[in-house]
Every structure is written in structure tokens, then in C-alpha cells.
Design a protein around this ligand. Sequence first.
Ligand code: UD2
Ligand code: MN
Length: 572
Amino acid sequence: EELERLIDFALRFLKCSTVNVLVIFLFLLSFNSIQQLESHQIISEDRKAITNKIDSGYKEGIKVIRSPEYLQEPGELGRPVILPEDVERDQKISIDKGWKNHEFNEYVSDMISIQRSLPDIRDNKCKEKDRYVRNLPQTSVIIIFHNEAWSVLLRTVHSVLNRSPEHLLKEIILVDDFSDMEHLKDPLSGYMSQRYPKVKIVRASKREGLIRARLLGLKYSTAPVVTYLDSHCECTEGWLEPLLDRIAQNRTSVVTPVIDPINDKTFEYQLSTVQVGGFNWGLIFHWHSIPNRELQRRSHHTDPVYSPAMAGGLFAIDKSFFEELGIYDSEFDYWGAENLELSFKIWMCGGTLETIPCSRVGHIFRKNSPIKWPGDKDSVKRNNVRLAEVWLDDYAKNYYKRINYDKGDYGDVSSRKALRKSLKCQSFKWYLENIYPELFIPEEAVCSGEIRNLRTNYCIDSAAQNEDLHKPVGIWPCHNQEGNQFWMLSRTGEIRRDENCLDYDGNDVLLYPCHGLKGNQFWEYDPEMQFLVHVFSRQCIGIDEASKKITMEECDLSNPRLKWRFPLNNEQ
Ligand code: UD2
Ligand code: MN
């Protein structure tokens, strides 16, 4: 009887709680958007609420298991937070202020737990128990920042604490590059020292820029491997082990995670495909798809991918190898060029640079930089010139052409040249041939310069940058200033500018990333007839005099609108 009563009671309890759970679940589901709105109203009243609300993951240095309800909160599992269109005036002011200070939606970030959950997107192969070396080395994680947003910086730190195996994380070194925002001073020190003995804060005594800030962090690091992150990142589960594994196997492997975008507006964790890094002759970094030669070299899609260049912010390196390579050129100021310097050095002086598909870290990519520095763009050029002088050999002139041969005062590079010599590094030619054969070399162009229509003296002109490539290419009075009117015809029949090619899709002539497959991007220039022929459609580029637009027409020798002058290189 006793037993029956007990069973009955248990059954009733179960039924009741299932119903409860169901009701709560449905409630949360249907009111999700309202709930998001409410919580941001609360939080915007007291921003600090978010950091006091330690609901989750890591509490006073101890991991705790959270009840599943938290998954309904804004931004959990990397979901986007979408604000309603018609926010109140006060909220609008806070939202605008966040954008102005940080060039991302700080307001939305403040709504999201600083220990939010993310999806686990790893391939099953990445989770295999014996995939990684047993005794992985410890690492110091160095995070540099200048005026970073509170919730964004704290989320970066917590993602490292929560998702790195305790025994592999020696310390986190936060390097403050002379921020002047109040929350990054005593409040940050207080917050960290009370909770996390592993987190150390190092402060620059003057503004150094990100390169010397990273070097300052290096000086204080005590682990054999250093791992760098930007201050607006989120590490996913299992991000660290595959990085350390490659270094454990070979100390000259320098590794980067796959960098997934965290949306600057909604903070959604977005999945990217695995890409490699490259650059153009303006020394501007860009991503491109894994080249065929590299796809063939690897046997599985989770294998490390050789990358000609790194984006710069997120990588792990054996500390002694980094020092052997002469760390960074410490005369690089503020921002830029250090990523290519390190990439060239790694490849040319005996290492490998690899992207590790099993390791994924989110990063907020911004459209503009909120960070100001004196002279802004000048220092990027100065860094680039120092880089070109030391590492580019004769190819440096391709960069100098981009800056009108105006190198400016770039200081003394003799010690960097001596470093290269003492390391007995390969030539830049070797690097181009063996590591980055996809880079188009201007010296090898058949024609280069403006493409001038002989009847109208208009030139083919495109202002399209990577973001707006699909706009049709236009024509404009020839201005002799190169820039948007500078084109190169490759030996393989591409009409190029940097990594983009003229592409005729049957409707429009566009700029499109070069794919090397001929097809829509295959052209012939006939210097005698002065035709620009699209090989597969057998059509010629023309000009519509009235609308001043490019046309594609039957190639007709008697039609002067189809005649163009494209300077042959041996003619110049
Ligand atoms: C990319 C890199 C960045 C760096 C840069 C080239 C990624 C994802 N990002 O630009 O790490 O390599 O290219 O130099 O690969 N900061 C300072 N002091 C400064 C300027 C910046 O501490 O004077 C910090 C800043 O707070 C951030 C980091 O340096 O944590 C990188 O700056 P960024 O995020 O503005 O650069 P990003 O991601 O556009
Ligand atoms: Mn960044």
C-alpha cells in the first residue's frame, strides 16, 4: 500500500512537472521577443546589472552548471538580438552612443550575458579523444585593448576562462594600451582581482599601438606558448587544444583559428567557411578561398590549411620561436603591417602558418575603426614601407607605385635587415612561387594602364571595392591618374585589378573576384584591330555614347565605338 501511494505520488508529480515545463517552454517561446525587449529595458537602466548577474558558467573561479532556462535569454547559443524598429528616445540615444564609441552595437552586447553559450559547430573528427597530443604545452593568452566596451571585453575573457582546459591556461594577460575610458581603470582591476587570479592586467604608460602592446604582453608571459586575441572575440568549445597540438608537434608551426564573424549589429555568432589569407600590392590583407593545390595536399577537411598570410589578431605561437624570428618590428606604430611581417617571416625563415579548422573563434569585424591615433593613415604607410624595405626585395616597387613612390620618413631599418640576414631566410621570390603563387605579379602583365576608348576618350572605370563588386563597370573621362582606371591584362586573359577581374555574365560587365577558370573572365586584346573581345561570347566591348555606358556588341571592324587602346607592356 505504502509503495502504491508512493508510485502514485511520483506519477502525479511527474505529470505535473512535465506540464509545467511544457507551459514554461511555450510561454518562453511565444514571449521571447517581448522578453528580450524587457530585459534590455532593465539593463539599459543599469548597465552594470549585466556583470552582477552572474547567472552562469563561471563563478568566483569555480565552474557551475546552469539551469537550462538561461538558453532563452538574449543572444544565447549565439543567436542574434534584434531590436524593435521603434525604440524609445532614451534608448535610441544609448544605442547611438554605443555605435559612436565602438563602431558596433554596444547596447545589444550589454543585453547579452557575458558568459553566453555558443553553438558547438565542430566536425565530429575534431572531438575524437586521441586526436591531440597527450601532453599539450601551457599557454598565456594575451588580449590587448584600447578603449574596449565593458561587456565585450568581459565576454572575451570569460569565453577564454570557460572554454579552455584549466591546466592548459597558464594566465590571461590583459594589456591596456593607455585607454582613457573610466570603466577600464579601477573597475576592471577590481573586477578581475576579486574573481580571477589567472587574469593579470598590464598597463602601458603611454599610447603604444597594438604592436608594442602585444610585445608588452609577451614580456610578462610565463608560458611556453603565447596565444593572442583581439579584445572583441568569443572562443568556442574546444578552440585551444587543436592550436596547441600543432605547436606541440612542431614548434615552428604558427597557428590561427578559423575566425567567425560576430555580427556588429545583432551579435549573432555567424559561421564562416574556412578561408586562407592573402594580400594585394597595396599590402592590404584579404581572405580568399582555399586554393586547389592546397585542397589536394590535404586528406581531410579538418586538416590544417597552409595560409600565405594571417589576419593578425588571433594566433598562437611558440614563444621561443617568436623570439627567434625577432618578434615584431617594434617601430611599427598603432595598427597594421605586423600581420604581414610575421607571415612573411614565418614562411621565409623556416616555419609554417596554418589555419586550424577544428579551432573556431568569433571576432567582431567592424566597418570603420573607432580607434584614433595621431596622423592616422600615415603610420600605416610608414609601417608598410618598413615592411617592404626589409622583406619584399625588388617586388617592393609594386607597393611603392601604389603610394606614388612617396615613401616618407620611415626611420632606420638596418637592424631588421640584419635580422633577416642572420636568420638566412628565403627570398621574397621564393615566397611568391612556393607559398603564394595565386598573387598576380604586375611585372608579368601583357598590358597595363588605362583602357581608352579611341572615339570618345572615355576610359573603363570602376570605383567598386570588395563590398560593392556587383555594380556594373562604368566609363568616365580618362584622367591619367591610374586609380579606378588602372587595369592589367594577364597572360591568361584576365583583365585585372588586384584580386578582382572584369567579368561578363551575359548581361553586364562587372568586377568579380578572379577565379582563374577563364569562362566569363576570359578576354583577348587585339592591338591591331584594337578590339577587346570576350572570348566565349565572341562579343566586343563598346561604348554607348548617349548614356555613357559600356555595351557588349557584335565585333564589327567598321565600328569606331568598339576600339580601345590598352598599353602593351613592351610598348611603355
Ligand atoms: C586586424 C586584426 C588586428 C590587427 C590588425 C592589423 C584580426 C581579427 N584583427 O584588424 O588584430 O592585426 O588587423 O594591425 O585579425 N588596439 C590597441 N591599440 C591601438 C589600436 C588597436 O591596443 O592603437 C587593439 C584593439 O583594441 C584590438 C586590437 O588592438 O583589440 C586590434 O585592433 P582592431 O580590432 O581595431 O583591428 P582589426 O580587427 O580591424
Ligand atoms: Mn579586431
